[in-house]
Design a protein around this ligand. Structure first.
Ligand code: HEC
Length: 118
């Protein structure tokens, strides 16, 4: 009798595990969330500069020389436009997220502008 219950429980556990395996978000889905897709934009340098002046210089310095945040003067040498887009969108450690403050297109424009700084 007990053996029967044990194997029943085992069977249920297995069934649950299989169901979970298919329902948990797949790797691709997780990657999608971690890496928001950058919209394609044509760089508008004047607009990027205005966005950065309004949102970023308090931490990155008005010459982007770095203050609380690191210098962004040569950020394009280290990061791609997409990496910069992700950092601005999601934030990173002490860097706040701008997801709710800026439109994806505005962030993409800034990312393109910064990525060109090498
Ligand atoms: C409240 C302060 C703050 C504001 C505002 C801020 N940042 Fe940052 N930023 C940081 C800090 C701190 C880091 C370093 C994060 C880390 O890697 O620990 C950072 C990192 C970055 C990085 C990555 C640099 C690297 O070398 O890894 C980029 C790019 C960046 N910020 C761009 C921006 C842009 C663009 C804005 C404006 C839209 C902005 N930041 C606004 C604090 C800020």
């Amino acid at each position: 009798m007990q053996k029967w219950i044990m194997s029943g429980l085992f069977f249920i556990a297995c069934a649950l595990a299989i169901v979970l395996m298919f329902n948990l978000p797949g790797k691709e889905q997780v990657a999608q969330e971690n890496k928001p897709t950058m919209p394609k934009v044509t760089l508008d340098a004047a607009k990027a500069e205005a966005t950065v002046k309004a949102n970023c210089i308090s931490c990155h310095g008005d010459q982007l020389e770095g203050k609380v945040g690191p210098s962004l003067q040569k950020v394009g040498a280290q990061l791609t436009n997409e990496q910069i887009f992700t950092t601005i969108t999601k934030g990173k450690d002490a860097m706040p997220s701008f997801k709710d403050k800026l439109k994806p297109e505005e962030i993409a424009n800034v990312a393109e502008w910064l990525a060109a700084k090498k």
